[in-house]
Design a protein around this ligand. Structure first.
Ligand code: FAD
Ligand code: DHB
Length: 393
């Protein structure tokens, strides 16, 4: 059985695992990444689209800025739409910060290319991945190319997403989980058409939420609120475009249609685990927390965790454990602020199902909140600060 020894064994080659591995590579710290999907699947997965300014800076600091600098679309603000009117929140003017539209697929592509170029040890297409002895001498076992492998490590990092094995390997009584479900989901499409807007539009309509985002000057990304039990097969292209035309309509503006190349339904959940550290295991990204997508915080949170953990590991190997011991608390302190922002954006912009008095009250109250947020400079400044990304800790 191949038997490896390394300092940091990383489970998962999503953006969090690949970014942590690359940070450690740059710092000269040995690592191994083990991923249970094949490389093509990892490269093809379509998810988040908006990078906070701090996430862009992280990529640049790690020598990964070329792609985002060439292809990323810097946005100075967003549009919030309700009651048939569109209002702009100008981040640059309010707080001199921006966001960059650059798909998670592109971030992952850049990371995979960097790892390939450096020949780092990334095992794709592994199976039976398991972690052992988290409070003693930790190790990782997996099957690769039909052969059993074992990796002994100082530290194990769970970067294996919400459904991964690492969090589940922690004894139940050592973890507290916090969950919030939402009575709606997003149906998302990619369409081969020039975006009809130069900045993202988040809209609350009588029929529910809709959003216009983009991936490139020739690819649009759009979402509509649907029931979480909805079957994507019930949504023909024509029905999707109809819903988008209705919900995004404002006088004098036209939504351009194009061929739909991808269509899927995304569930929504808020989830946080306390603690993000058990013995020699550290969790990063979706393994430790999930947000509903409104506000685009999932990928950015994963990158923020990695930025904190990589500095802590560098200090650890220089003989100082202060940051590593504090990692869970510092990551969660930031994460709870992000959680409340994502929950706030989601609650403000989605129509609660039902025709009862509470649903009617909530809708009026949401319109009042949107009116406030788009007319109070203090409220817009707060939105801008959170949307473009809180500083670490
Ligand atoms: P992941 O990207 O989930 O990566 C985890 C990796 O671990 C995967 O490669 C997985 O294959 C691997 N893995 C899992 N189990 C094992 C195992 N047992 N052994 C080895 N490897 C394993 N966020 C936004 O901000 N905006 C969006 O529009 C948005 N859209 C999303 C759409 C979908 C369908 C989903 C699921 C998420 C979306 N997110 C969005 C969230 C965002 O994509 C995630 O927050 C981000 O991917 C987190 O990165 P991660 O590396 O922590 O986890
Ligand atoms: C995208 C997703 C989001 O959740 C969001 O708030 C903004 C943009 C996107 O996929 O482009």
């Amino acid at each position: 059985m191949p038997h490896l020894t390394t300092r940091v064994a990383i489970v998962g080659a999503g953006p969090a695992g690949l970014l942590l591995g690359w940070s450690l590579h740059r710092a000269g710290i040995d690592f191994v990444i083990v991923e249970n999907r094949d490389r093509e699947y990892v490269l093809g997965r379509i998810r988040a689209g908006v990078l906070e300014q701090g996430s862009v800076e992280t990529l640049q600091r790690l020598g990964l800025g070329a792609g985002v600098e060439a292809e990323g679309m810097v946005h100075d603000g967003i549009h919030l739409q309700f009651a048939g009117e569109r209002h702009r929140v100008d981040f640059s003017e309010l707080i001199d910060r921006t966001v960059t539209v650059y798909g998670q697929q592109s971030v992952v592509r850049d990371l995979v290319a960097a790892h390939d170029g450096a020949g780092t040890p990334v095992f794709y297409d592994a199976s039976d991945v398991a972690v052992h002895d988290l409070t003693g001498s930790p190790s990782l076992s997996f099957t690769h190319g039909r052969r059993a492998h074992r990796v002994d490590a100082d530290i194990i990092v769970g970067a294996d997403g919400f459904h991964g094995v690492c969090r589940q390997a922690v004894p139940k009584d050592a973890l507290q989980t916090y969950v919030r479900e939402y009575p709606f989901a997003w149906l998302g499409i990619l369409a081969d058409v020039e975006p009809s807007t130069d900045e993202l539009i988040y809209a609350l309509h009588d029929d529910g939420f809709a959003m216009h985002s983009m991936r490139s000057p020739s690819v649009s990304r759009l979402y509509v609120q649907v029931d979480p039990a909805e079957d994507v097969a019930n949504w023909s292209d024509e029905r999707i475009w109809d819903a988008l035309h209705t919900r995004l309509a404002v006088p004098g503006w036209t939504l351009q249609e194009g061929p739909i190349t991808e269509k899927s339904i995304l569930p929504m959940r808020s989830f946080v685990v306390s603690t993000m550290n058990f013995g020699r295991l550290f969790l990063v990204g979706d393994a430790g927390h999930i947000v509903p997508p409104t506000g685009a915080k999932g990928l950015n949170s994963a990158m923020s965790d990695v930025a904190q953990l990589s500095v802590a590991l560098v200090r650890h190997y220089a003989g100082d454990d202060t940051l590593l011991d504090a990692y869970s608390d510092t990551a969660l302190a930031r994460q709870w602020k992000v959680q409340q922002f994502s929950q706030w954006m989601t609650d403000m912009l989605h129509r609660r199902p039902g025709t009862d008095d509470t649903a009617a009250f909530d809708y009026r109250s949401q319109l009042g909140r949107l009116d406030y947020v788009t007319h109070s400079e203090e409220a817009m400044r707060s939105l801008a600060e959170q949307y473009t990304g809180l500083r670490l800790a």
